[in-house]
Design a protein around this ligand. Structure first.
Ligand code: NAD
Ligand code: ZN
Ligand code: ZN
Length: 351
């Protein structure tokens, strides 16, 4: 089968032929229809060899997956061949305290989690081996190409936002830094779940326009004047909940400079920025957290939000052979919404 692999440090991803995985007891084989391109894949491919802590190379990329079950291993009982599903990606041990609560993203097993496309073979291939049926969620009437990014762009944003909803009452302000794959879903989740005023920050005119089209009330360019503009939009009170989908030194400092007293800063982007936390370094009772992906219940909830029509992922589709181009556009900040690789040519709206 064809697969997109990161094969050698410093190289770009390549389409290669690999064997279809064999299905063991308790496992399932997914015929992949759609796989999303996440900016984290670029971080994986940019990590210097001495800092690299992902799966061994070659690594088949893709941690957002949707498809149809093609084969069942011995003992699998909850699904049948032909079922359409999305994949919950943070595969934990399944039995630690957090995994038992569905929070496999925070599995406490010393070996950590084993997500496809990050540690084990991922979804940018014709078939994906699923370790256990608990990682699957029925797709229902959602289209796999439209729904695939719910599993990370949607889930990660939802998990980050849900914790701040009590702070986002009428008259409040929320800030989304980076209106890309995750951020454009975050704007829609905020609009669906609260009466807050949403301010988006991004770099280009296209992205600022896009943020407005998908529901941001205000869009601010991420330059040296951004903090002043944001403070004035909040009547100088500051922002009640900030979601940073970039996480660079510049953006975490922006977040720290505009957060309100008792406000939340949630850092989701992997930009290695560091924010100083200590007495009087931020307004009183400001809360700073960095989050990772989301829980299985979070995925069920964000899928329901999509099913109810509250969120619609903007998708650019590419074939597997075009995947390197999709990553180039992602790197350049040119993708509108999420770039999705469509593997099943009958099911997608290929360009
Ligand atoms: P993306 O490239 O689709 O979106 C990033 C957006 O940020 C783009 O629109 C870009 O123009 C904008 N941007 C870049 N620099 C900016 C700046 N200085 N100020 C304002 N806007 C800026 O990426 P994505 O797939 O949405 O991922 C976003 C980040 O979240 C990445 O760092 C990714 O690795 C990370 N991520 C984290 C988790 C997690 O669990 N914590 C999960 C998924 C992705
Ligand atoms: Zn991701
Ligand atoms: Zn666990």
């Amino acid at each position: 089968m064809k697969a997109l692999q990161y094969r050698r440090f410093g190289d770009g991803p390549e389409v290669v032929d690999v064997a279809v995985p064999a299905v063991g007891p308790g496992q399932l084989l997914l015929r992949v229809i759609a796989a999303g391109c996440c900016h984290s894949d670029l971080h994986i491919m940019a990590a210097p060899e001495h800092e690299y802590r992902y799966g061994s190379l070659p690594l088949t990329l893709g941690h957002e997956a949707a498809g149809v079950i093609a084969a069942l291993g011995e003992g699998v009982s909850g699904f049948s061949v032909g079922d359409a599903v999305v994949v919950y990606g943070p595969w934990g041990c399944g039995v630690c305290r957090n995994c038992l609560q569905g929070k496999e993203n925070y599995c406490t097993h010393p070996d950590g989690i084993r997500p496809p496309g990050i540690v084990v073979a991922g979804a940018m291939a014709e078939y994906l081996l699923i370790d256990h049926e608990r990682h699957l969620m029925p797709l229902g009437d959602l289209h796999p190409v439209q729904a695939v990014a719910l599993t990370d762009a949607g889930l990660t944003s939802y998990h980050a936002i849900k914790q701040s909803i009590p702070k986002l009452g009428a008259g409040s302000h929320a800030l989304v830094i980076g209106a890309g794959g995750l951020g454009h879903v975050a704007i829609q989740i905020l609009r669906a779940m609260s009466p807050t005023t949403v301010i988006a920050v991004d770099l280009s005119d296209d992205k600022l326009r896009f943020a407005g089209e998908i529901g941001a009330h205000h869009a601010v360019r991420g330059d040296v004047r951004a903090a002043t503009a944001i403070r004035s939009l909040t009547n100088r009170l500051g922002v009640d909940a900030i979601f940073d989908f970039v996480g660079s030194q510049q953006t975490v400092e922006l977040a720290g400079s505009v957060v309100a007293t008792e406000g939340d800063i949630t850092i989701v982007g992997v930009g290695k920025g560091r924010l100083l936390v200590g007495y009087r370094s931020l307004p009183f009772d400001a809360c700073v957290r960095a989050t990772f992906w989301g829980s299985r219940p979070d995925l069920a909830e964000v899928v329901e939000l999509a099913r109810a029509g509250h969120i619609r992922i903007e998708v650019e589709t590419y074939s597997l052979n075009q995947a390197p181009l999709a990553y180039q556009r992602l790197e350049a900040g040119a993708v509108r919404g999420r770039a999705v690789i469509v593997l099943d040519t009958d099911s997608g709206n290929r360009p």
